[in-house]
Write a protein that binds this ligand. Sequence first.
Ligand SMILES: Cc1ncc(COP(=O)(O)O)c(C=O)c1O
Length: 343
Amino acid sequence: MIDLRSDTVTRPTEAMLESMREATFGDDSRDGDETVKKLEAMAAERTGKQAGAFMPSGTMANLVAMLTHAQRGGEVLLEDGSHTLNSELGGIGGIAGLFYRGIPGRRGAMNLDALREAIRPVTRYHMGTTLVWMENTHNRAGGAVLPLMHMRKVYGLAHDNGVPVHLDGARIFNAAISLGVPPSEIAQYSDSVCFCVSKGLSAPVGSILCGSREFIERARAYRRMVGGNLRQAGPLAAAGIVALETMVDRLVEDHQTAKRLAEGLNRVEPSLCEPKEVETNLVRVDVRKSGRRAAQWSVELKTNGVLVAAADIYVLRFVTHRHISAPDVDAAVSVFGELWKKL
Ligand SMILES: Cc1ncc(COP(=O)(O)O)c(C=O)c1O
């Protein structure tokens, strides 16, 4: 099977498994654990923040960020297609007790005029905007990278109105590689940021939420509240450390295979995808012209040895990662091409 469903399918490397065996077994929520502390310090350093807290998932890191930043009843502004709005099951309202407003965007970047108009102060009729949210890279926008200038403007706009900014940087290292800057240059336009070591970086589990020392101390309490205390988390953190040390630079290979995939599919049928829009490791493929739904395509592709996810009614999502080589991509394109010919 050529598994292009997600970069979360990546398996730990031998070096990760070795480091997990050797890791410390301190109780992270009692006396602390040395390996977890080391990962948190590395994460803080990479993102240019004062401190970090290890979380079991990106979803929980985002949820804890909301709880820590925003008071119940306040409003969060985030791009319409953001992962948090579309794929995190309403934790924003159901658990954090926040209102939210989706802001229209292009390739994951919020329309600045719409954002400006949406930011509201506290009045007797309204609890006010309590948080502005960005996502980089942007999942539903096909791994699009937010331009730094855009991020700077969003951050400035929010801060001019006294509103903090959170960055969902689940794949911030893909953005950093694509922009050719360290992740701290991206995260400077946020008050808090989270990223995942469990995706393209190949660790089995884990995300780290980073921010100021004071913010992270409060975030630890919310993490406990939502059941995110991991106790002997050393082995998980150990894999995360190896991920940060050895897996970041190779992400460029995933971007290259994604581009190759997009070029191949574009040769099959130009309306499927635009290779120029592929900036990182995600490729959204529009199958509308086939008259078949994405779910049907994913079943047929699976029968032919290619696993992909249906991201929308007529959109498939292909994700490249460490276990996908150029020949795998060519094979997937060829399977797709054969199926297309039979339409
Ligand atoms: C942008 C973004 N944020 C958050 C998440 C959630 O991460 P997790 O699956 O670890 O909860 C994902 C997962 O794909 C994501 O793409």
